[in-house]
Design a protein around this ligand. Structure first.
Ligand SMILES: C[S@@+](CC[C@H](N)C(=O)[O-])C[C@H]1O[C@@H](n2cnc3c(N)ncnc32)[C@H](O)[C@@H]1O
Length: 244
């Protein structure tokens, strides 16, 4: 494929992730994928390990696990990869994953399975499981967290929208309708204690939860207010590392 062909094929797709395809071409996703990657604090290498990416979309994190030496990476995303397209503006499809997979010469294995069907019997177990940006989109998130935990042998990485972050007790906000950013697929916002509590209940030996500084949350809420969008300083993002 020439550089011109690559650019043309990239331009035909509505991307979520920003994936460096080489040859000076990065996919124009809305997600700030490299910045998100830094916030995840993933191990520098996955040599010899198996990785499962739940909710992979264009596959940025699955390809990154492969780049970091994973022996086997399995990616799944029933919502985006099965028609109709997923998302508020209906842009989630498998097209981006397929093109990036081809261009990167990737060995990541796409798997077509529903999230509630994840189990050691159906898909086996993995050293590392990514559950990134999916939790808060699910009507029954703990059910799927439990499924993700069931196939995790070593480390489960969860990234999620969060809320009630200054609340002292474990709590989770529920968003009826399109209350959260006008997107009806946003259902839940757990706080750190709730997320840690759920992962602890799933039998993880050690759970580390990383949040954003309160100053950053306050500044972001103020900035959003100026721009006319509602976002509370109690809201933000959380990353959890749950270790077996
Ligand atoms: C914000 S994207 C996150 C993509 C990627 N994991 C990341 O962190 O960049 C949300 C993902 O959740 C998945 N998702 C949303 N609702 C879902 C549902 N009800 N069942 C299964 N997957 C869902 C979407 O397909 C999409 O891949």
């Amino acid at each position: 494929m020439t550089n011109e062909d690559l650019k043309r094929r990239v331009a035909e797709i509505r991307w979520f992730h920003q994936i460096d395809l080489g040859d000076g071409v990065t996919t124009p996703g809305h997600d700030e994928s490299a910045a998100k990657l830094r916030k995840l604090r993933l191990p520098a290498r996955f040599d010899g390990q198996t990785v499962l990416d739940i909710g992979s979309w264009d596959g940025f994190f699955a390809f990154e696990a492969e780049r970091r030496g994973a022996q086997r990476v399995v990616a799944m995303d029933p919502a985006c990869w099965r028609p109709p397209a997923w998302g508020p503006r209906g842009w989630g499809t498998q097209q981006g994953f397929r093109l990036a997979h081809e261009v990167l010469g990737s060995r990541v294995e796409p798997l077509d399975i529903g999230l509630p069907d994840i189990s050691p019997e159906t898909i086996g177990t993995f050293d590392v499981v990514f559950f990134l940006g999916v939790f808060y989109h699910l009507p029954n998130p703990w059910l799927v967290l439990e499924r993700a935990a069931s196939v995790c042998r070593h480390l489960l990485v969860v990234e999620t929208h969060a809320d009630l972050l200054d609340h002292r007790r474990a709590a989770m906000a529920f968003y009826p309708g399109d209350e959260m950013e006008g997107d009806p697929s946003n259902y839940w916002g757990p706080n750190s204690k709730a997320l840690a509590g759920m992962l602890g209940a799933e039998g993880f030996r050690k759970v580390d939860v990383y949040g954003e500084r309160r100053g950053l949350r306050l500044a972001r809420a103020g900035y959003r207010r100026l721009r006319g969008t509602r976002y509370s300083p109690q809201q933000g993002r959380l990353v959890a590392h749950a270790w077996r």
